[in-house]
Design a protein around this ligand. Structure first.
Ligand code: ASP
Length: 437
């Protein structure tokens, strides 16, 4: 009983980190024998996925209905533009790190690494992506968990609701208000459910990490260590330099930002899903960063779908790796092509575990590196695929950090950020220092 008391009273992040460390230790010590814990991890991911659609549905509708349509247009355009710019930086950063570290140089490629890899991947065209934004059946896309068309529908519904709420006809405006209250109530309920699910997070984290390390721990520290290092340094560098720099430019303290974002970053790291982390990042933006719902309920789901800086970095470094590994380092013009395709591929990457690795095939093929079974390219790709879970953790953490950083900038410039949420931190620091003195 005392154990339960401690569990619920201790700090959530401490518990999550404890789960992470214990999971890694158990995974490395007991290896594949830890596979029996994996259902606990699967349950955690399922719990998060369970609430993604209702969270988007309720909060985005409330968000869109709360702001004036003209302002919503600005928020949308601004978020998209900054997302694209940061992703451009990300893929260039990945290529620079790849060129510096030259992962894959002189690597021995194991035969048979390509088993089970599909070779036929074609890039979804930009036109197709745009067409698919418009759902034929809104309820169908909600049931399928297809985020982009759901965002599209909720936006239109929410904007419609904003007009109805503000109607001059009192009867119409009252009915609009009722619908608004219903969705607002739904959003509040979902936040409560998020808090409950987070109580299970430490157990879920333990299981997920023990499983990954049990299966892949040894390889990660082996011959692919250099690639892992290059990718991770690029993630950390991008997070500190690009996001940190961007926040500084807009007079937001990067230190306070990372301290507020840490729960979302850790959740992204262990779940390997930006989509799954959405409830946590939305909660972070609303309750910790003081960002108005009108901004974050739109920009975060959008970011979790189209803004994948970590994935773009990973694709840059891995393309360089494959080039070196097959003895044909990428030329400058090939690297320019990689920048363009990685940008598109990261937009098209779903915020679910492992999606970036599938899109990597498309990026490689854009520079003529066809992943054909048995070919050296496929073997090099197979090696990367083998440690994908570890790389996915870092890239998802980077993806989610990017979503939150851009959301902060958009909110601050739109004056949709409660600055007292950030000043409180300062006061705490002052009080803490005074106490320590
Ligand atoms: N797992 C990543 C995410 O959800 C996507 C990827 O695989 O790159 O953000």
């Amino acid at each position: 009983m005392k154990l339960f008391g401690w569990y619920f009273k201790s700090n959530l992040l401490v518990r999550i980190l404890l789960g992470l460390i214990l999971g890694a230790v158990c995974g490395i010590t007991f290896g594949p024998a830890m596979a029996w814990v994996s259902p606990f991890g699967v349950i955690f991911i399922r719990l998060l996925k369970m609430i993604v659609m209702p969270v988007i549905l309720f909060t985005l509708t409330v968000g869109a209905a709360s702001v004036h349509p003209s302002q919503l247009g600005r928020v949308g355009a601004k978020s998209l533009l900054i997302y694209m710019i940061t992703t451009g930086f990300a893929v260039s950063f990945g290529l620079i790190c790849g060129n510096l570290f030259q992962p894959g140089k002189g690597m021995q490629i194991a035969a048979g690494a390509t088993e089970g890899i599909k070779a036929d991947v074609s890039a979804p065209s930009l036109v197709d992506t745009l067409i698919n934004l418009v759902p034929v059946n809104p309820f169908g896309v909600i049931a399928d968990g297809n985020v982009l068309p759901v965002i599209f529908f909720c936006l239109i519904f929410g904007i419609g609701l904003a007009y109805v709420r503000n109607s001059e006809d009192e009867q119409i405006s009252r009915s609009g208000e009722t619908v608004f209250r219903f969705f607002n109530g739904g959003a509040q309920i979902m936040y409560l459910v998020v808090h409950w699910i987070l109580q299970y997070a430490p157990i879920g984290v333990f299981a997920l990490i023990a499983d990954v390390f049990g299966k892949q721990g040894a390889e990660a520290f082996g011959p692919l260590g250099w690639t892992t290092l290059a990718v991770y340094l690029a993630f950390v560098g991008h997070m500190l330099l690009v996001y940190g720099g961007m926040l500084l430019v807009f007079k937001i303290s990067p230190l306070a930002f990372f301290s507020k974002a840490k729960e979302a970053i850790v959740t992204a790291f262990v779940t390997r899903s930006s989509g799954g982390t959405l409830p946590v990042s939305m909660d972070t933006a609303g309750s910790k960063m003081g960002i108005s719902q009108g901004v974050y309920s739109f920009s975060l789901p959008l970011g979790a779908t189209v803004n994948m800086d970590g994935t773009a970095i990973y694709q840059g470094v891995c393309a360089i790796f494959v080039g070196f590994a097959i003895g044909a380092p990428l030329t400058f013009s090939q690297q320019l092509t990689i920048i363009a395709t990685s940008l598109l591929a990261s937009i098209g990457t779903a915020g679910v575990p492992g999606a970036g690795a599938i899109m990597l095939m498309m990026v490689l093929e854009s520079v003529g590196l066809k992943v054909e079974p048995g070919s050296p390219v496929a073997m090099a790709y197979g090696m990367i695929f083998g440690i994908d879970a570890l790389l996915d953790m870092g890239r998802t953490a980077c993806n989610v950090t990017g979503d939150l950083a851009v959301t902060c900038v958009v909110a601050k410039t739109e004056k949709e950020m409660d600055l007292s949420a950030w000043q409180k931190d300062k006061q705490h620091v002052l009080v803490d220092t005074a106490v320590a003195d």
